[in-house]
Design a protein around this ligand. Structure first.
Ligand code: GLY
Ligand code: MN
Ligand code: MN
Length: 445
């Protein structure tokens, strides 16, 4: 393992203690993600479950966390892990496994059991517990197992054993904790952002007409992995020309043409934390006049929206801010006609801007956390991290001058809310027209 990848185990134990505090009583059961077959007997690269890893740092599949809140004096809280047994034969083929004993010591659990013992041990851990927290409905197979364990406990009713009477969604507690990033998490996110921004800078340097979208994707993946990311945070979008107007374009199999723009939405994941960056730039290094017109509007909207990221504003303030700038820009270019407030109210911008201006960012690229509380957009607070990603996508249409057809532009940065405002994690990826053209003038091939 790279030395700076060693997880802070005490921090993870402290997170579990906070979960227990919030539970108050009862038991929480949280399984990590299963391995997934890609075809026949070949797997997708393994990725642990974000909630499970946030609380354990334990990287192996076939593992389950059990937290028992206990009660005041007689029954102290208990942190329990089920994990795979050591298995020399499997370790020769697939690599090291901790096994329950070493996992207990390294990852600071009070007790550990073999994963194979789940059916035997788990019902015992549910006995006489008032409530059970788990990710209800997340995985049908786990729902079935959980209910079968509850039934085992219920069947003991006549011997005076009670089963949990209350089922709660474990995510209600953990989502809210994950929404607020601590200093350790912010440092990991900054690293993911730095590596990803360096990848964007590198492909801006190297891009030229005649290359394929797939070549740019390959270079991005090279830089993410070489920089130390374990994986891309999501499937890269490398969209030349009209492809940029397909929001989830991932085929990345078309040639890049002189005169077209290239929209790249790609980033790496570092130690479980995602970056999420979009840049749009001309394949040949020089913006045409219509491309410049649209780009300046999107950039102005993005800068204004980033400025609106600060404590005191709500989740939706950056989106509302971006909408005003985008709609005004579309009016200035005569792509929309009417009074500004009316156009915003009627959502006249929707044919050109059909998505929201951002989302929470963290372990999941679309991270957990509520956006509204009591039906009101929630206040932005220190430690929250989000993307700011306005765009304009101009599809061919009789109502639009041909010069603008197939221009698709999105500019996306990752932003942390700080005490006094915000910090842009991804500022190292060039985005002003002057900076992009300057970088591309010094093309390395
Ligand atoms: N890359 C996914 C997103 O921007 O939401
Ligand atoms: Mn995003
Ligand atoms: Mn993105």
């Amino acid at each position: 393992m790279q030395p700076d990848l060693l997880p802070d185990i005490a921090l993870h134990r402290a997170r579990r203690e906070r979960v227990i505090e919030k539970m108050g009583k009862g038991v929480m059961i949280l399984a990590t993600a299963p391995e997934v077959i890609r075809n026949r007997d070949a797997h997708f690269p393994y990725r642990y479950d974000s909630h499970f890893h946030y609380l354990t740092a334990f990287p192996e599949p076939e593992a389950v966390l059990v937290l028992i809140a206990g009660d005041a004096d007689k029954n102290p809280p208990k942190h329990i892990l089920f994990c795979r047994e050591k298995d020399m034969e499997r370790e020769i083929w697939d690599g090291f496994r901790f096994g329950p004993e070493e996992a207990r010591d390294v990852y600071r659990f009070d007790a550990t059991f073999a994963f194979d013992k789940l059916d035997e041990e788990l019902p015992k851990l549910l006995e006489n517990q008032p409530s059970l927290h788990y990710a209800i409905g997340f995985d049908a197979a786990w729902d079935a197992r959980m209910l079968s364990w509850l039934n085992v406990v219920r069947a003991k009713g006549r011997s005076g054993v009670s089963a949990p009477a209350t089922l709660l969604d474990a995510r209600a507690i953990i989502d809210e904790m994950r929404l607020f990033k601590d200093a350790h998490e912010l440092a990991l996110m900054q690293r993911a952002a730095d590596i990803s921004a360096a990848g964007h800078l590198a492909v801006q340097r190297n891009c030229k007409p005649g290359m394929g979208e797939w070549e740019i994707e390959a270079e991005l993946l090279y830089h993410f992995r070489k920089g130390g990311c374990q994986a891309p945070a999501y499937t890269s979008i490398v969209a030349g020309g009209a492809n940029a107007c397909v929001l989830h374009y991932i085929a990345n199999d078309q040639p890049l043409r002189d005169g077209d723009l290239l929209l790249i939405d790609a980033a790496g994941e570092y130690q479980g934390y995602a970056a999420d960056i979009t840049r749009s730039f001309p394949v040949n290094g020089r913006f045409s006049a219509p491309q410049r017109d649209i780009y300046e509007i999107v950039l102005a909207a993005q800068l204004a929206a980033i400025d609106a990221v600060k404590p005191g504003n709500t989740w939706n303030t950056p989106h509302d801010t971006a909408l005003r700038v985008l709609t005004q820009g579309l009016r200035d270019l005569k792509l929309l006609d009417g009074e500004l407030d009316g156009l915003i109210e009627q959502e006249a911008y929707k044919p050109f801007y059909m998505h929201k201006t951002g989302h929470w960012l963290g372990r999941d690229v679309h991270d957990v956390g509520e956006y509204k509380i009591n039906n009101e957009w929630r206040a932005l607070q220190t430690g929250m991290t989000l993307t700011v990603e306005p765009g304009l996508y101009i599809r061919p249409s009789e109502e639009v001058p041909k010069a603008f057809w197939n221009i698709g532009i999105r500019i996306e940065d990752d932003v942390a809310v700080t005490e006094n405002g915000h910090h842009v994690l991804t500022a190292a990826a060039p985005k002003s027209i002057a900076d992009i053209e300057e970088v591309m003038r010094h093309a390395t091939r």
